[in-house]
Each structure stands twice: as structure tokens, then as C-alpha cells.
Design a protein around this ligand. Structure first.
Ligand code: ATP
Ligand code: ZN
Length: 306
């Protein structure tokens, strides 16, 4: 009931807007939960200013042609498919579970988790055939159904909407299929993870039929998201190197192009400036120190336009 109300409020406002105002991107993000904070941070890092408040359902951006809709994550794929929202951020798990017809624009690298099967700790689990004929509690009947089918296993899927992990303890099921990140919740409920059936992260999705004006706004937004993501993947480094070791040190740096090298006031020494990939960071720093680099400074990059 509440859901239908939201939808008609948005739809009514949108049809008024489309008659009277220029086109803006409507971006659906989770109102409150594990996707919210990083979704909001991403748009803020893209320089888009908007208000966020517990009671807010919508919030216009002050410096970008966009408006944010704050929703339950489960509703986001449907709203984007229907065109009530143009874009949305949602977990891949929810997207695939609901099977809505939207375009996946970009993987965003946050809210990483997996959907896993788990059984009581004391079970001597060998392989997935354990689940043959068993009851499995989950909030993801479609993803679980696809997995069981791919393994040719027939099991009874008990769809429940929350607190799945208590199902074995109360005798509802012999196993569960639930979202796991660290595994702590499973452990504290006497369960152990036995099969990973799906890996998820937050994705940016879009409606399949955006107008030319909205496509242009999306391209502008993507340019910013790419710059933010690139910056997060790299660090800026400055170091001092003896001139006779310069070549060796520079060869360690897999920077963007060639590093900047400037002579130091101290005879026979240079300052080297470059960028390093966060993923190879420690390995490269250690190799450079071994090769004779000194005074290494590492600075986060705010934006990076490649
Ligand atoms: P809503 O009230 O919006 O329906 P919810 O309770 O269904 O929220 P959350 O628990 O906030 O959902 O999770 C939202 C999404 O975040 C999940 O669909 C999943 O993609 C991801 N997620 C869930 N649990 C974790 C976790 N422990 N670590 C990282 N990401 C997670
Ligand atoms: Zn949800």
C-alpha cells in the first residue's frame, strides 16, 4: 500500500515536471541501508550538491540537472525499468533476483558481498548434493532456484523476507541462502558457509530508453564518476633518488606516462613525481626503497582525468 503511494507521488510529480521544466536525471538511491552512505558519497565526490534527510523522499540537486529519489533497494530496479527513475544504484544481487529490464552502466566497487548457502556448523558437509530434498530458507528464491537448477538439485525453497539465518535454529529449514560479507552473522547463529552462489557489488543502472538530453546528462555524470574511481585507484608519490639510481627507480613506477623528474638543490639527487596503482602500492614502494629512493611522500588524489 505504502509502496503504491510512493510510486504515484513520484509519477505525478514527474509528469508535471516534464510538461513544465527542462529535462533532469532522476536518480534512485537506497534511503537507508548498506548502499546509502557510499551512494551518497559517490555523488558528492562528483561535486553534486543535494540535501539528505531521514524524512526526505526526493531531493533536487543544487548544481546539476538531477533529482534524487530515496527508496527501498528492492524497489529500485522496477522504478528504473518503468522510467519513474532514469538511473539507480542497487546491489547486483537484487538486480538479478528481480530480473528487471534495465541497462547496467557501471560496477561501482562498493557494497561487495556474496550470496551463499550455509548449514548448521555440526553438519558433515561434503558437496551441494546435501541440499537434495532439503528445505532452504532465503530472500533470494530466483537466484537460489537458478543455482539449484544448474546443479540439478531439487530442494524446497522457503522464501522469507528477513532474519533468514535463524531458520535452521527454529526448525524451519536445514539450510539457508543469504548475503554474507564477513561471515560473522552466520557464525553467531551456529551456521557455516558452504557454497558461494553469487558475487555482488553495487551497480549503476539506467532505464533503457533515455532521451537524448538525459543521455547527455548521463555522459556528464559518468565522466565525473570515472574521474572519482580512477583517483581512488591511484596514489600520487614524490620521492628523492640519487641520480645514478634514477633509471632503476623509474622503471619500477608503472605510472600514467613518464614520471616528472626535477633536480634537487643537493648535488647528484633528483625529485621524482608520479602515480602508483593502489593495488600494487606496497610492492612498488618496497622495491623503490631497496633501489635507493628516500623521503617518499604518498598523497591521495582527489580526481583524475585520464
Ligand atoms: P531496504 O530497507 O532498502 O530494503 P535491505 O535491508 O533490503 O534494505 P541492506 O541490508 O541495506 O538491504 O542491503 C542492501 C544491499 O547491500 C544488499 O542488497 C547487498 O547488495 C548489499 N549488502 C548486504 N549486506 C551486505 C554486507 N554485509 N556487506 C556489504 N554489502 C552488503
Ligand atoms: Zn531491501
Amino acid at each position: 500500500m505504502k509502496k503504491a503511494c510512493y510510486k504515484s507521488t513520484f509519477a505525478a510529480k514527474i509528469s508535471i515536471n516534464s510538461m513544465t521544466e527542462k529535462e533532469i536525471l532522476r536518480i534512485a538511491i537506497q534511503k537507508s541501508g548498506r548502499l546509502s552512505e557510499d551512494s551518497i558519497a559517490l555523488f558528492k565526490e562528483c561535486g553534486i550538491k543535494f540535501d539528505v534527510g531521514k524524512s526526505k523522499l526526493m531531493s533536487p540537486a543544487r548544481n546539476f540537472d538531477a533529482e534524487f529519489l530515496f527508496l527501498r533497494d528492492d524497489d529500485i530496479p522496477g522504478y528504473v525499468e518503468d522510467g519513474v527513475a532514469d538511473l539507480g544504484i542497487v546491489g547486483k544481487n537484487v538486480l538479478v533476483e528481480y530480473g528487471k529490464d534495465v541497462s547496467v552502466i557501471k560496477e561501482l566497487g562498493f557494497s561487495k558481498c556474496r550470496l551463499s548457502l550455509a548449514v548448521p556448523r555440526e553438519i558433515d558437509y561434503q558437496d551441494a548434493t546435501y541440499f537434495e530434498g532439503k528445505n532452504i530458507a532465503t530472500s533470494y528464491p530466483n537466484l537460489l532456484g537458478q543455482y539449484l537448477q544448474s546443479k540439478n538439485i531439487k530442494a524446497h525453497i522457503h522464501e522469507i523476507s528477513g532474519s533468514v539465518e535463524i531458520a535452521p535454529g527454529i526448525g524451519l529449514a536445514e539450510g539457508v541462502c543469504d548475503i554474507v560479507s564477513s561471515g560473522g552473522t552466520l557464525l553467531s547463529n551456529g551456521l557455516k558457509e558452504v557454497e558461494v552462489i553469487f558475487k555482488s557489488e553495487a551497480v549503476l543502472v539506467s532505464n533503457k530508453k533515455l532521451s537524448a538530453a538525459k543521455e547527455e546528462l548521463l555522459a556528464k555524470l559518468l565522466f565525473r564518476i570515472n574521474a572519482v574511481q580512477a583517483a581512488q585507484a591511484y596514489k600520487y608519490i614524490l620521492l628523492n633518488a640519487p641520480n645514478d639510481k634514477l633509471e632503476e627507480i623509474i622503471n619500477i613506477i608503472p605510472g600514467m606516462k613518464s614520471p616528472t623528474v626535477m633536480p634537487l638543490a643537493k648535488e647528484g639527487w633528483s625529485s621524482v613525481h608520479s602515480v602508483l596503482k593502489e593495488s600494487d602500492f606496497w610492492e612498488n614502494i618496497e622495491a623503490m626503497r631497496k633501489a635507493g629512493a628516500e623521503g617518499i611522500l604518498v598523497i591521495p588524489i582527489e580526481k583524475m582525468i585520464l
